[in-house]
Design a protein around this ligand. Sequence first.
Ligand code: NA7
Length: 545
Amino acid sequence: MATDTAVRELDAVVIGAGFAGLYMNHRLRDTLGLDVHVIEAGTGVGGTWYWNRYPGARCDSEAYMYCFAFDQDLMQEWEWSGKYPEQPEILSYLNHVADRFDLRRNMSFETRVSSAHFDEESNRWDVKTDKGEHYRCRYFITGIGCLSSGQIPDFPGRDTFAGEAYHTGAWPHEGVDFAGKKVAVIGTGSSGVQSIPVIAAEADHLTVFQRTPQYMIPARHGNVDKSVLDEIKTRYETIYEKARHSVGGFPYDVQDRSALDVDDATRQDIFEQSWEDGGFKFMFNSFSDLRTSLPASELAGEFIREKIKETVKDPEVAERLLPLDHPFGSKRVLIDTNYFDTYNRDNVRLVDINVEPINQINETGILAGEEQHDFDIIVYATGFDAMTGSFNKIDIRGRNGQKLKDKWEAGPLTYLGLTSVGFPNMFMITGPGSPSVLSNMPVAIEQHVELITDTVRHMDSSDLELIEAEPEAETAWVQHVNELAEPTMFMHANSWYLGANIPGKPRVFMPYAGGVGTYRKHCEEVVAKGYEGFTFTPADESVSA
Ligand code: NA7
C-alpha cells in the first residue's frame, strides 16, 4: 500500500460507478455544482454490469425499462436491441451515459475505499483508499450495489483444484473458453440459470450441482422490432411515471383479482397467457396475491411444476428439478431461457447435492457423495453476501468511532434504507431497508439519488451542516420493514433476502417489501413534514472545519 498523500478537501465522496454512482455524480456535480469525487474498484464504469460478465448474463427487467429516465434526450437516443438487455449492451449503455455527461473526469478507477470515518471535531468524513489517497468531505455516499460481494462457499479443499475456477460475479474480461472442456456449475440462482444453457452448448460436458430446485418463468427473450421501441419512446414519460408509482418499478397493469377467486379453467388460462408473455409479468400481471397468499402462491407453483415435467424428458431428472420445499415467490423469481430444456441434452448431468453432498473439492474435481467428478473448469454461481456484505468490507465508522459493521451485527439498521443513526451526512443509495432488489433497480436508484440531491440542496440553502436520522425513526422504520415482509412469501424460504445463504449471517429480511410507489410516497411525506425523523445541525452550531 502506498503511503498517505495530502488530504484532499471535497464536498462529497461517492463510492461506485454503476447506475447509482454515475447518476449521483451527475446530480451533485452538475446540478448542485459540488466538488465531488467518485471512487470505483473496477477499471471502468458499470458496477454490476462491469463485474458480471458470465456467459448469458442479462437483466431480467425489460430493456426499455432498464435505463435512466432523468434525461429525455438520453432516453430518446439510446436504441436497445432486444427484449431483455444483455450484459455487454448494458455496459455499453452505461459507458455512453458516462461519455455523454463527461462523468469520468472526477473518478478514480482501480481504487477501493478502505475506510470512511466521521470526524466529530470537524463534521467531515475522512475517506481513505487502498491507493493511499485521503479525502475529507462533507457528504459520504455509497453506491456500492446490493449484490457486489461475491461468495464462494468454503468447501473442504476448495483451493486445491488444479483447473480453472471462476465466480460468476468476477468473470474474466477476456472470457472463458469452454470448448472441449468438462465443466461444473455450482448454484442454480439467476447467474447459474442464465449461464448453464450457454455453457452446456459450448462445453464438452456440464455437470450442474443443485442445492435448491427453482421456480422459473420463461423470458421469451428475442429481438424487438425497432418500431415497437420507437412507439414506446413516444410514451416514455407516462410509462416511467406509472413505474415510479408501481410495486416493482415496472409499468405493468396490476390485476385486482385473487388466484383463489376464479375457477380452475380461468386461472389456467390466465397463467398460460402470462407464461406466454414471459418475465416478471407472470408475477405482477396475473393475480394480485401470488406474493402474499400461500394458497395462491401454491397454485402458481403447481402450474410451474407441471411445466417443468412437460419440458424435461427424463422423469427422474424432472423430479429432481421440481421446487417443492419453498413456495413460488419466496426466493428471487428467476427468468430463464432454455434452462429446463438444457437437461434434455446428452452432455448435461444434474447432481442433487442434498443426496450427494459436495464432500470435497480436490485437485481434479469434486467428490460428491461417493462419486468423484473430474473437471477442467468449476464455475461458482454461488451468489453474494447480499445488501450488507459490501458495507462490511469497508471500515465505516460514525460518531464515537462506532463501526457500522458492529451496529449492524444483528441485522442492518437504517432509516428509509438511506441513512443510519450515528452516521451523519452518510447516504446509502438503495441501502438495506429500501425497495432496491425487490424492484427494477434504475427506478429505485433515481428516486434515491434525487432525494439525496434535494436534501443536500435543502441543507445548503438553509445553512445546515449535518443531517442525521433519529433513533426512534430508525427503530420504527426497521420494525415497519419487518412488518411488511411478515405476511409475504419471502418469509417462507432460505434466501439471500434474509441473509440465509451466508453461514452465521443474522436472519433478517433486508429489503423494503412495500413497493417503490408506496416507498416514494412515504419519502415525499417525510420531506413535506420538514424531514420528519431527521435532525439537522445548523452550520453556526457546529465546529468549523
Ligand atoms: P443466488 O441467487 O444467491 O444463487 C446462488 C446459488 O448458489 C443458489 O442456487 C444457491 O443455493 C447456491 N449455493 C449457495 N451456497 C451454496 C453452497 N454452500 N452449496 C451449494 N450451493 C450453494 O446468486 P446469483 O448470483 O445466481 O443471483 C444473485 C442475484 O443477482 C439475483 O437474484 C439477481 O437479483 C441478480 P440455494 O438456493 O441457496 O440453496
